[in-house]
Design a protein around this ligand. Structure first.
Ligand code: ARG
Length: 425
């Protein structure tokens, strides 16, 4: 890949871990490239990032930098995720999927700045993150060539990788690492692999670091109030805060009460089902409370439509389509809906549970005089019978022409068919 003495450059998404450390060396030796290592700080529980910079440098990176992306991550990416109630398959708050497009944009910017023709990442060939990095990079600059050494090299086991590292002077971790694959940032922590591969086995207690075991959580409940403006969280317990600060604080408070753990079976982009464990206290609290406020501020049909849009948004982002026509269009819908999602939600934390206990908004569509069953009822009941007459008209016609439904329908319908098939193990 070199041209008359001057080497071409590759920008590497560097985490400081063993895989990407080996890559710093591997890209020089196997691809003859100058390596520019960049580590994005998105709020992960990383060792000192200055140390990570030095580590890349020591292994021959021509340039290495740690970029603090936390503020941007919170203000642009996470604010959007909250507005879209982003939960993939209705549960996973997308913490890994949300960070990749932001990191990808910085990789592309740095490639442009340094004239690098290549970008490399450390993802394996079975996961979602490779799809997200590469789809984002391609959308931002289709001319950049992406390298995925972990898909290409022959270091299949950790032992082989350690061996390669030792032979080539890459420092290997002295401590025995936990046998999990972990990804974390402001929006939570994802834990996979190792003992977690058996979906029947309960996740071992030592995988959790952000949340306390709910059974050991404080005996005293704690109340929290989050204020929203135009769909964005702006205050905690009456105190104005930047979103970044608010998330950090909520992770602490909710985590202390054991709220925010998930163990779920998830469908990856590459078609595999996998068992994933997540802890994401602030994410689940903020999305839950935001959804609650929407029930007050959006009318019924908009709300139901938004449920569908939210799911499409989460799936698009999960699949790496942050930079896409679909996601941009869904964003526009979402932005319109959020204009009056302003108000407060109050919730109680207690032993792993967050229960909403109140919500209010200056733009609330809830009308007590319509909702009440008391004397001051302003609802005109005389309109109901005419409304029902028209609403039920198709049911009456169907019944007259095709007969009423023969039974209650339901689960037994396919029983005979299913009996013919016996599940294999
Ligand atoms: N399954 C999650 C996702 O696809 C988490 C991925 C975590 N990444 C990792 N490298 N451990 O978004």
């Amino acid at each position: 890949m070199s041209q008359q003495g001057t080497k071409e450059k590759v920008v590497l998404a560097y985490s400081g871990g063993l895989d990407t450390s080996v890559m710093v060396k591997w890209l020089q030796l196997e691809k003859d490239l100058d390596v520019i290592a960049i580590c994005g700080n998105v709020g992960q529980d990383a060792e000192d990032l200055g140390w990570i910079e030095r580590k890349a440098h020591d292994m021959g990176a021509v340039r290495s930098c740690a970029l603090d992306m936390r503020e941007e991550y919170a203000e642009t990416v996470l604010a959007q995720a909250i507005a879209s109630n982003a939960l993939y398959e209705n549960r996973y708050p997308l913490l890994s999927a949300l960070s990749r497009p932001l990191i990808a944009r910085h990789l592309v910017e740095l490639a442009h700045e340094t004239g690098a023709a290549y970008i490399a990442h450390g993802c394996t060939g079975k996961g979602n993150d490779q799809v997200r990095f590469e789809t984002s990079i391609r959308a931002l600059d289709p001319g950049i060539v992406v390298l995925a050494p972990a898909r290409e090299w022959n270091l299949l086991t950790r032992e082989q990788e350690m061996e390669w590292a030792k032979t080539h002077g890459v420092p290997v971790p002295a401590t025995v690492e936990k046998p999990y694959s972990i990804d974390d940032n402001l929006w939570g922590r994802a834990i996979e692999c190792g003992d977690l591969e058996d979906p029947w086995a309960e996740p071992p207690a030592d995988i959790w670091t952000m949340t306390r075991d709910p059974m050991l959580a404080p005996d005293e409940p704690e109340e929290i109030t989050v204020g929203f403006e135009g769909g964005r969280p702006v205050s905690l317990n009456g105190q104005k805060m930047r979103l970044l600060e608010l998330i950090v604080e909520l992770n602490r408070v909710c985590g202390r009460h054991g709220f925010g753990r998930l163990s779920m079976i998830e469908d990856r982009v590459v078609g595999i089902k996998s068992h994933e464990c997540y802890e994401c206290p602030a994410a689940l609290a903020l999305i839950g409370m935001h959804q609650e406020l929407e029930t007050l501020c959006l009318d019924g049909s908009t709300l139901r439509c938004k449920h569908q849009v939210d799911q499409r948004w989460a799936t698009a982002v999960y699949e790496g389509k942050w930079y896409s026509q679909l996601k941009g269009s869904l964003d526009a819908f979402c932005a319109y809906t959020q204009r009056h999602v302003t108000g407060e939600v109050r919730a109680r934390l207690y032993k792993g549970v967050l229960s909403v206990c109140g919500r209010r908004s200056p733009y609330s569509l809830y009308d007590p005089s319509l909702a009440t069953y008391g004397d001051d009822d302003s609802f005109d009941r005389s309109l109901a019978s005419g409304f029902i007459g028209i609403h039920s008209l198709p049911s009456a016609i169907w019944s007259a022409r095709q007969g009423p439904a023969s039974g209650m329908g339901g689960l037994r319908t396919f029983a005979a068919e299913d009996q013919k098939r016996t599940p294999s193990a």
